[in-house]
Design a protein. Structure first.
Length: 76
């Protein structure tokens, strides 16, 4: 599957299956918004993966996903 030019939002993206998903999507050319707890390693992972990955600290169990609008507007 070609993910070039697509934008993905991955919750729980700092570890486990979420991290593997983020890494694979970036590797395949997608831009990825990685959501995870502020205390997670999401910021470090986004730095390691480069400009096609951005970290958005959020607790999706208690917050609305308002951050998506900003990235969607920026990346399409």
């Amino acid at each position: 599957i070609n993910f070039q030019g697509l934008v993905a939002l991955v919750t729980g993206g700092a570890s486990g299956l979420g991290r593997a998903t983020v890494e694979r999507l970036v590797e395949q050319g997608a831009r990825v918004v990685l959501l995870d707890l502020p205390s997670s390693s999401g910021g470090q992972l986004a730095k390691e993966l480069g400009e096609r990955c951005a970290f958005a600290p959020a607790d999706v169990s208690t917050q609305r996903l308002r951050c998506w609008g900003g990235f969607h507007g920026q990346w399409g």
